[in-house]
Ligand binder design. Structure first.
Ligand SMILES: Cc1ncc(COP(=O)(O)O)c(C=O)c1O
Length: 339
């Protein structure tokens, strides 16, 4: 099976499983799990951040961030394609009592000028603009990397207008590997950053929220009320430590595989549109005469699996459980598909 539906489908490798077996554990609600403490310290050292908190999912890390950086009746600025707006069940309203001002960026990327234009004036009719949330890489933007200079100018606007800045960095490691940007650059710019281990890094579960101590102190309590205070969860933190040591540099291979798919798609007459490939996500649009579900079924008949994302757009995601031979197989099937 060649599973290009998502990088969340990866299986923990034999080496990761045996590393997990050796994990030292304790009660993390008491702050006594050595593996979790080690993972949190490792992430702080990597990003140059003051504090970090282990959570089960990136959704929980994002939701905790929104909660600690806002008050009810505040407004959050994000892109209209962002995960926090589309795929977290409206948690910004449910948990934090906030509204969303969504911006229409280019593949998930909006600018400092966009932010500036959307800060609410002091007016009793309007929510208070409090937080800007970016996504890097942008999932629905086809794995696009947020340019650092754009983030820096957004940060400047945030500082000038007393706005908080959060990063949904579920695929930040992909951006770091592809762009060569130091993790510390991101650590410096954001109040909070979500990192996810169960995507390209290949862990069964786990996420980290990292950032300033003043925020993370509150985050620990919010994680508890969200039901995320775990006990001997160092079993899972060990997998995350393993992935930071072994699965980061290899993301380059996933990016190469995605570029191979992109190069193939760019030469096919039945592909009408293709977002340029920057990391491990390939998004393309089929010509109007093709029914996307038929195309997906055709791939499935070759045991290749992918998702449609609406309006004849299809998404492929590469990851550590798809090797070069399999990518070449996909290329062959794509080339032999006749409309
Ligand atoms: C950009 C982004 N943020 C957050 C998440 C949430 O991750 P999880 O479903 O593991 O909580 C996802 C999941 O695909 C994602 O793509």
């Amino acid at each position: 099976m060649i599973d290009l539906r998502s990088d969340t489908v990866t299986q923990p490798s034999a080496a990761m499983r045996s590393f997990i077996m050796q994990a030292k554990v304790g009660d993390d609600v008491f702050g006594e799990d050595p593996s979790i403490n080690e993972l949190e310290a490792k992430v702080c050292a990597l990003f140059g951040t003051e504090a970090a908190l282990f959570t089960p999912t990136a959704t929980m890390s994002n939701q905790i961030a929104l909660k600690i950086l806002t008050h009810p009746l505040d407004e959050i600025i994000c892109d209209r394609t962002s995960h926090i707006y589309n795929y977290e069940v409206g948690g910004y309203a449910f948990h934090s009592g906030c509204s969303i001002r969504y911006l229409t960026g280019d593949r998930g990327i909006f600018t400092a000028e966009d932010v500036l234009r959307n800060i609410n004036p002091e007016d009793v009719h309007k929510p208070i603009t409090r937080l800007v949330s970016l996504e890097n890489t942008s999932n629905r933007g086809g794995g696009k990397i947020y340019p650092v200079d754009v983030i820096q100018s957004i940060k400047k606007v945030c500082d000038e207008h007393q706005l908080m800045l959060h990063l949904d960095g579920s695929r930040l490691m992909n951006a770091i590997v592809a762009s060569g940007t130091s993790p510390k650059v991101y650590g410096e710019l954001f109040d909070t950053i979500t990192i996810c281990f169960s995507k390209g890094l290949g862990c069964p579960m786990g996420s980290i929220l990292t950032g300033k101590k003043v925020h993370l102190d509150k985050a620990r309590r919010v994680r508890k009320v969200f039901g995320g205070g775990m006990r001997q969860a160092g079993i899972m933190a060990a997998a995350c430590i393993y992935s930071l040591d072994n699965n980061v540099n290899r993301l380059e291979q996933d990016h190469q595989h995605a570029k191979t798919l992109g190069a193939c798609l760019s030469n096919l007459s039945y592909v009408q549109d293709l977002l340029s490939v920057e990391t491990n996500i390939v998004i393309f649009r089929l010509a109007d005469e093709i029914v996307d579900n038929h195309f997906i079924q055709h791939l499935a008949s070759h045991d290749i699996h992918a998702f449609t994302i609406g309006d004849n757009w299809v998404r492929f995601v590469t990851h550590l459980d798809v090797n070069t031979t399999q990518i070449n197989e996909v290329v062959e099937v794509l080339q032999n598909y006749h409309t």
